[in-house]
Ligand binder design. Structure first.
Ligand code: MOS
Length: 738
C-alpha cells in the first residue's frame, strides 16, 4: 500500500538541480531585460538631505536612478505593507521617504542596460545625510520594552506556582547568563527578483521567496495592483532558512523599476546587501534553576532580552521552551525587547528554540555538575509526559527512546564524569549532551490533483520547496495515495496561481501538504468509483468509497483484490479523459494535546590544550518527529541542522561596529560558517513515533528540530573537555584561553 512513504527516495528534482535545468529567481530571461543595482545608506540613523545622481546618470547605458523623490506611487499605510508573517509595528518601506532607519538601508536604485554598468553607476550616486545618534548594542538597551506574560502565544507564558519561594528553598541552585549574538542566514543563492513586464501593467515576478502567495498579495497591496495582474513564481530556492518568509525589499524595488520604466527588470542583491534582510536576534538570557538534591526541579526562572528594530516588534517564544520541557511546579518568565537602530530581525531555523533551548540546556548541564549527577540522568529524573506550560499530554513523545538510542549509538555509558579526565594524545576529549524541542505545526492548505487516463497525475499546490525536499515528498505521497509509480507523478509548486498554501516555514509544510494530498486523492478515488460503477456488471457495483483503494493503476476492492477496475477503463466508461479535484484541508484545533517534536543530541569535542582549537569530532542526533516521509531527505535536514549547530556553537557571529552602527563582516569570508574541515562524524537516528492523534498520516515535520540543542551539547562537551564554561557564543579559542 505504501511503497514510497518512509523510503529513502532520491530527490525527484535532483537531476534538474545538478544539471542546471532548475532555474532560480535571478536566472529567468526575457528579451529587453534591464538590470538594477541598489545604493545603500552608509549611516545608521538620520535623514537624506540630498541625493545627487547626475554623475551616475551620465554613465553610458544608465537608464534611470530611482529614489524616494522620483519613484512611482506606492501605498501610504502600514497595513498595505503587512505580509502574512509581519510582526507588530510599521513595516519597512524601501525608497519611501528620506528617513534612514539602519545602515545598509536601500536608498536608491540604478537601472542600466547591463548589470555591471548598474553596479558601477551605483557607486557614483552621492548622498548627503543629516545624522542622528544611533544605538546598535543590545547591552545598552536591555531594559526597554517588557512583554506581558501570557498576553500572546509568542510572548512569555504566564508564571506558575511560587517560583521565587521555591528557588530560595531549593537545595541546589544554578544561575547563569547566556548570550547568543546576531546571526545571519547566508543562503547560497543571492536574493533576486526578475520582473517580466507583460504589457498593460501585467507582471510576472520571479522572486526568491518561501511564499509566492504571500509575495503576490504584498505586491498587489503595496502597488495597489489587481490580483490578476501579478503572478509570482519561485519554482526553486537555494536556501531560505526563514529569511524568505517575509517579502524582501528586492521584490519591491524590481517591481518599482518595472512600473517606472514599463520594462522587464532584474535585481540581484549582493551578499553584503543581504545582511539587512533579517537575522537571528541577539539574545541575553538569564536562567535560574532550583532543584532537590535528588535531581528533581523545583523552579525554573528564565528571562530574555532580544533585539528588535525601532519600527517593528519581532519576537518569538524564546523563554517558553524552558518551562514546557521538564517536570517543575514553579516557573517564571520575563521577556524584554531591545529596540536598536537595525533592520528588523526575522525567523531563522528554529527561531527562539535554537537560542532559548541553548541557554536552558547549558544551565541543566551546570545544574547536573552542581548535583554531581550524570546530565542524562538529570533529564530522566525531570522527564515529563505532559507539556508543563499548558498541562496537557503530548499527542506523542518518544524522547525517552531518543535518549536511549542516542546514548547507545554514542557510547555515553563510557563517559568519565570528571572534566579534563578524557584525552586523546595532545587533545582533551569532552562529551556533552542536550535535548531539542520544536512545535509540530500544521496549516490549512489546498491541493489539486489532475489524473489522466494514461495513469499520469499532476499534483499542484502554491507551496515552496526551499531545498528541503517538498517536490519529492509530495510525489511520494501522491504516488502512494493514487497507487501510481513515482515517475507518473508531476509536482507543480512555487506559483501564486496554484491552490492556496501558507509560506513554507515553521516545519509545517510536510505535514500540511501530505495530508492535503491525501484529502484530494480521496476525492479523486470517489470520482473514479462513481465512474467505475457505471460499467456493465461492475466488479465494484456495491462498493462503498472506503471499501476501495488505488493500487497499481487500478481501483481495487480492499477485501477482494481480484475485484478491480483499471483507472483507464473507469475514465473511458465515464467518457472523460481526466479527473480533476481541488480540496482544502484544515487541521482542527486539538486543545487536548500538545504537539511537539523532540531530540536528544550527544556531542564529542576534541580540544587542543595548547592552542584551544576545538573540533566537533562526533555528533549523534536522535529525533522523534512522527512518521518520517523520506529517510534520505529527512536525514539531510537533520544533518544540516547539526552542521548549523556547530556553526552556532563555534563560528557564527555578526559583528557590528557600534560607532558606525554598521555590520563589519557582511560576507561569507568574515562571517564564519562551518566548512567541510569543521564537519566530522554525524549520525542521525529517527526513533519510531506513531501518532494517530496529530493528523491522519501521523506526520510532524522536522525542518527545524535538527539545530535545536546542538550548540548546547557542544558547549557542554567543551566544558567537559576543559573544565571551562563559556556562556557566550560562539566559543572561540580566545574565550577558552582567557
Ligand atoms: Mo523556517 S525559520 O520557518 O524557514
Amino acid at each position: 500500500m505504501t511503497p514510497y512513504i518512509g523510503t529513502s527516495t532520491s530527490r525527484v528534482d535532483g537531476h534538474a538541480k545538478v544539471t542546471g535545468a532548475a532555474k532560480y529567481a535571478g536566472e529567468f530571461n526575457t528579451h529587453d531585460l534591464v538590470y538594477a543595482s541598489v545604493v545603500t545608506s552608509s549611516i545608521a540613523k538620520g535623514r537624506i538631505v540630498r541625493i545627487d545622481a547626475s554623475e551616475a546618470l551620465r554613465v553610458d547605458g544608465v537608464i534611470d536612478v530611482l529614489t524616494h523623490e522620483n519613484r512611482p506611487r506606492m501605498a501610504g499605510t502600514d497595513e498595505a505593507y503587512k505580509d502574512e508573517t509581519a510582526p507588530e509595528g510599521s513595516p519597512f518601506r524601501p525608497l519611501y521617504d528620506d528617513k534612514i532607519r539602519f545602515s545598509g538601508q536601500p536608498i536608491a536604485l540604478v537601472v542600466a542596460e547591463q548589470s555591471e554598468i548598474a553596479r558601477f553607476a551605483a557607486s557614483l550616486v552621492r548622498v548627503e545625510y543629516e545624522q542622528q545618534a544611533h544605538v546598535t548594542d543590545v547591552y545598552r538597551r536591555r531594559d526597554e520594552v517588557a512583554l506581558e506574560p501570557g498576553a500572546d502565544p509568542l510572548g512569555p507564558p504566564k508564571s506558575r506556582g511560587t517560583p521565587e519561594r521555591a528557588l530560595r528553598a531549593a537545595e541546589v541552585r544554578h544561575q547563569g547568563e547566556y548570550y547568543v549574538p546576531i546571526e545571519h542566514h547566508n543562503p547560497m543563492e543571492l536574493y533576486a527578483s526578475t520582473v517580466i513586464w507583460e504589457g498593460a501593467g501585467k507582471l510576472t515576478v520571479y522572486d526568491k521567496t518561501q511564499g509566492v502567495q504571500n509575495v503576490q498579495r504584498y505586491v498587489c497591496s503595496v502597488f495597489e495592483m489587481k490580483p490578476e495582474d501579478v503572478r509570482v513564481m519561485s519554482p526553486f530556492m537555494g536556501g531560505g532558512f526563514g529569511s524568505g518568509l517575509r517579502p524582501q525589499y528586492e521584490v519591491v524595488l524590481a517591481v518599482l523599476a518595472a512600473r517606472a520604466l514599463k520594462r522587464s527588470v532584474r535585481l540581484v542583491l549582493t551578499r553584503q546587501q543581504m545582511y539587512v534582510l533579517g537575522y537571528r536576534p541577539a539574545m541575553i538570557q538569564q536562567i535560574e534553576l532550583g532543584a532537590k538534591a535528588g535531581g528533581t526541579l523545583d523552579a525554573i526562572v528564565h528571562g530574555a532580552v532580544t533585539v528588535t528594530s525601532q519600527h517593528e516588534e519581532f519576537y518569538r517564544e524564546e523563554t517558553g521552551w524552558s518551562g514546557l520541557l521538564y517536570k517543575c511546579a514553579n516557573a517564571k518568565y520575563a521577556h524584554r525587547l531591545a529596540r536598536l537602530d537595525l533592520a528588523t530581525p526575522c525567523d531563522m531555523r528554529a527561531p527562539s528554540a535554537a537560542t532559548g533551548v541553548y541557554a536552558l540546556e547549558c544551565a541543566m548541564d551546570e545544574l547536573a555538575v552542581a548535583l554531581k549527577l550524570d546530565p542524562l540522568e538529570l533529564r530522566l529524573r525531570c522527564y515529563s509526559d505532559r507539556d508543563q506550560n499548558t498541562d496537557r499530554p503530548y499527542s506523542s513523545k518518544k524522547l525517552r527512546e531518543c535518549y536511549r538510542q542516542g546514548a547507545d549509538a554514542f557510547g555515553w555509558d563510557k563517559r568519565n564524569a570528571a572534566p579534563r579526565s578524557m584525552r586523546d594524545g595532545g587533545e582533551l576529549v569532552g562529551w556533552g549532551m542536550a535535548n531539542g524541542v520544536w512545535a509540530a505545526l500544521q496549516m490549512e492548505i489546498a491541493v489539486r490533483i489532475a489524473l489522466s487516463a494514461n495513469g499520469h497525475a499532476e499534483v499542484s499546490c502554491a507551496t515552496s520547496d526551499i531545498g528541503t525536499g517538498t517536490y519529492t515528498i509530495m510525489a511520494q505521497v501522491a504516488a502512494d495515495m493514487l497507487g501510481l509509480p513515482l515517475e507518473n507523478i508531476t509536482v507543480k509548486l512555487g506559483d501564486s496561481t496554484l491552490p492556496q498554501s501558507p509560506v513554507e516555514g515553521g516545519s509545517w509544510i510536510a505535514a500540511s501538504v501530505a495530508n492535503g494530498i491525501a484529502t484530494t486523492a480521496d476525492a479523486v478515488r470517489k470520482d473514479l468509483l462513481r465512474l467505475a460503477k457505471r460499467m456493465r456488471n461492475s466488479p465494484l457495483a456495491d462498493a462503498a468509497p472506503d471499501d476501495v483503494a488505488l493500487v497499481d493503476g487500478k481501483l481495487v476492492r480492499k477485501r477482494d483484490t481480484s475485484r478491480a477496475v483499471p483507472i483507464a477503463d473507469a475514465l473511458r466508461i465515464g467518457g472523460v479523459d481526466r479527473i480533476e479535484q481541488e480540496k482544502s484541508t484544515t487541521f482542527p484545533e486539538d486543545g487536548a494535546h500538545a504537539h511537539n517534536v523532540h531530540s536528544a543530541i550527544f556531542a564529542e569535542v576534541k580540544v587542543d590544550e595548547q592552542l584551544g582549537i576545538i573540533r566537533v569530532t562526533r555528533v549523534v542526533n536522535a529525533v522523534a518527529a512522527g512518521r518520517i516521509l523520506n529517510t534520505k531527505t529527512a536525514s539531510s535536514q537533520i544533518m544540516g541542522g547539526v552542521v548549523w549547530g556547530i556553526g552556532m556553537a563555534l563560528h557564527e557571529e555578526t559583528l557590528i561596529d557600534h560607532n558606525f552602527g554598521r555590520i563589519m563582516n557582511a560576507n561569507i569570508a568574515e562571517y564564519h560558517v562551518p566548512v567541510n574541515a569543521d564537519v566530522h562524524d554525524i549520525k542521525v537516528i529517527f526513533v519510531e513515533e506513531p501518532d494517530n492523534i496529530i493528523n491522519p498520516l501521523g506526520i510532524k515535520g522536522l525542518g527545524e528540530i535538527g539545530i535545536v540543542g546542538v550548540a548546547a551539547a557542544i558547549a557542554n562537551a567543551v566544558y567537559h573537555a576543559t573544565g571551562k564554561r563559556v556562556r557566550d557564543l560562539p566559543i572561540t579559542l580566545d574565550k577558552l584561553q582567557r
